[in-house]
Design a protein around this ligand. Sequence first.
Ligand code: NAG
Ligand code: NAG
Ligand code: NAG
Ligand code: NAG
Ligand code: NAG
Ligand code: NAG
Ligand code: NAG
Ligand code: NAG
Ligand code: NAG
Length: 404
Amino acid sequence: MRLFLSALSFAAVASATILQNGQVRDVVYPDTTIASVADDQSWRTYGPNASEISYKGRWDNKHISWWSAPGLKFGFTGDKVAISFGNYTSPGVLVAYRVDGQDWMFTNVTGNSTHQLISSSTTGFNLTTQAQLPQTLELRVTNWAYGVQIAGAHVSSSGKLIKLPNYSKTIEVIGDSLSAGYSATYEGLSSYAWGLGAGFGNVEFSITAYPGICLVDANCWGNARGQAYQWYHTSDTSPRAVEIYGDNPEVWNFRKHPAADIVVINLGTNDNNTHNNITSEEYLRSYLEFVQGVHRVYPNADIILASLWNGFDPVGNSYAQVGAFIEEIQEVYNHYKQTGFVHYFNTTGIMQHNDIGPQYHPTDVGHIKVASHLMQYIKLNFGWELGATGPEIQHDTLYWNDRK
Ligand SMILES: *[C@@H]1O[C@H](CO)[C@@H](O)[C@H](O)[C@H]1NC(C)=O
Ligand SMILES: *[C@@H]1O[C@H](CO)[C@@H](O)[C@H](O)[C@H]1NC(C)=O
Ligand SMILES: *[C@@H]1O[C@H](CO)[C@@H](O)[C@H](O)[C@H]1NC(C)=O
Ligand SMILES: *[C@@H]1O[C@H](CO)[C@@H](O)[C@H](O)[C@H]1NC(C)=O
Ligand SMILES: *[C@@H]1O[C@H](CO)[C@@H](O)[C@H](O)[C@H]1NC(C)=O
Ligand SMILES: *[C@@H]1O[C@H](CO)[C@@H](O)[C@H](O)[C@H]1NC(C)=O
Ligand SMILES: *[C@@H]1O[C@H](CO)[C@@H](O)[C@H](O)[C@H]1NC(C)=O
Ligand SMILES: *[C@@H]1O[C@H](CO)[C@@H](O)[C@H](O)[C@H]1NC(C)=O
Ligand SMILES: *[C@@H]1O[C@H](CO)[C@@H](O)[C@H](O)[C@H]1NC(C)=O
């Protein structure tokens, strides 16, 4: 064992480069910071409340982002785009952004700063055809616990922002760390919830998921409240939310945002943990109520109850999915079956034991499996089209056998 360890540290000293099957994995992202453009006549500035900016996921009245993979999108003209981040931006938070259907790019941002994300030399900048206009910028926050505050958007003085139409369908995933992408490569952007929402390519989506959170309104792993309470609020249960809002978060105004057509609920893995001291009766009661609550705010939504995989255990000479609250979730489903708007998504057989990483969460591959099956389930049951016919969804998955 000792020998093995020293061999490893030697390798680390010899090369600081992480190779994955022969390809370098970048962990240092380009610095996109520029000086303030407030007094620079070559820029035109829009406030964070500009109607051209479409915010995705949950953002509060101060334009601070919450939950997993929140983002924004707009069209633009001109040859440069920058975003200013307000003081409530988490230090060094990694954001993903892309121009049109180009691959995702990443940069770390910090509060009280301006970042130029697009110039005329940005890959893809000049590739837009007349039929593809306007050019678009989309930005997403990768980490669930961190967030950004938008202070403004800037384009060249001769350019402008353009409001984009929303897709007509909306999907929401309500979950915990499993849906937030905990320990996946790009966190929120590698989660199955992302793979599902972004994966459809032609739907709006929101991922109201936070690591450690329970369905039952109880303190679980330090999250003061459960989804039975928190989901009705704009912010999540992160320390930064507590810092900004204490125990009095903004109530989320469902009526001001497009209603979800499909809601996926993946909750209970934390309720099922003895650490959090929640009984199966409490879980069942809370789940029955929660489905009613979701139905109340989204009366036309189909609600999909995902069964909980809860890891894998060795069983005899093999492995088996552990599962959690199997009967309780069935009971919730049976209770609402007659209504027609509640559905059951059985996760057994989608992942195998090696699809769970060392931190007890799906690997990127595990996430992609769950997302792919959910997409097909939704296509078969609700007739949704698979609309992402080319542009990248999951970043940095191109490494297997790719020895260029
Ligand atoms: C944005 O906010 C500014 C100042 O806070 C206000 O003057 C302006 O009318 C607002 N614009 C929109 C589109 O709401
Ligand atoms: C950031 O803090 C500075 C100084 O307190 C203040 O002038 C500025 O308005 C703040 N910006 C935002 C976006 O809150
Ligand atoms: C950028 O973000 C990544 C992911 O959170 C982090 O590992 C890295 O340390 C950050 N870099 C900087 C310079 O903040
Ligand atoms: C924001 O940055 C400007 C200059 O870049 C600086 O003068 C100001 O003090 C900063 N404000 C805060 C709150 O850090
Ligand atoms: C895009 O077009 C502009 C102006 O037409 C030119 O200056 C720039 O070099 C082009 N960029 C790329 C990446 O081709
Ligand atoms: C699209 O939805 C977002 C989020 O609710 C909203 O901010 C934006 O105004 C909507 N866009 C249009 C064109 O309705
Ligand atoms: C666990 O929950 C039960 C019933 O809700 C309660 O009586 C008990 O005190 C709790 N134990 C701990 C350690 O919180
Ligand atoms: C978790 O779920 C399993 C399967 O339904 C059940 O047997 C077990 O009692 C539950 N454990 C806790 C702590 O809720
Ligand atoms: C879920 O699927 C597994 C594997 O096909 C099956 O054994 C199990 O009975 C299913 N569970 C429910 C509740 O339908």
